[in-house]
Write a protein of this length. Structure first.
Length: 185
């Protein structure tokens, strides 16, 4: 059931829990969004808004053997995948976040990576990444530096608002990451 306008407004500042494998299970790729949108906050599901291209890109790239719905996010650890966000606060748009919130999210993300030790950290949103980590020249793709124990990859933001990256291009970038990480559905 789709959230109502009142549900969406009530979701402001709500937290969406991380999706991570149980202790000791392998984590090949930890995906990090920027922050949950109101739709995700209302449903408690990552990348939940219709039109978000995360789930189709994940499938088209070969990370999953079928198209998962946001309601199936708890299946991700069985693929060696997880999801978190740079900033936990739910907003209508990512530009409502402050630079300090993104920097604080980067510090929290560092702790999460140190604890769960993914092979790759994939941050979906180059502009937020640049702000969070003070790297103004970062481009989409693999990064030269590591992030704690993880290799680092910056992905395009899969939001439907990111018109400069159509689904096929996003899926191709996800596929480059999958090939590098050696993960198959």
């Amino acid at each position: 059931m789709r959230p109502t306008k009142a549900d969406l407004e009530a979701a402001r500042d709500r937290l969406v829990p991380d999706v991570l494998p149980a202790g000791g299970a392998p984590l090949r790729v930890l995906f990090s969004g920027i922050n949950p949108g109101l739709y995700s906050g209302a449903t408690g599901l990552h990348f939940a808004r219709p039109g978000n291209r995360f789930w189709p890109a994940l499938h088209r790239s070969g990370f999953t053997d079928r198209l998962l719905s946001p309601a199936e996010q708890d299946l991700l650890p069985s693929y060696g995948l997880g999801i978190t966000n740079l900033a936990h606060r739910t907003t209508a748009r990512a530009d409502e976040l402050t630079a300090e919130e993104l920097r604080e999210g980067g510090r929290r993300l560092r702790d999460l990576v140190d604890r769960h030790r993914p092979a790759y950290l994939a941050v979906a949103g180059v502009t937020a990444y640049r702000t969070a980590f003070g790297k103004p020249r970062t481009r989409i793709g693999p990064q030269d530096e590591t992030f704690g124990p993880a290799r680092l990859w910056v992905l395009p933001n899969p939001s439907g608002l990111n018109a400069s990256w159509p689904l096929d291009r996003i899926a191709a970038e996800f596929a480059r990451l999958r090939e590098s990480a050696g993960t198959d559905a």
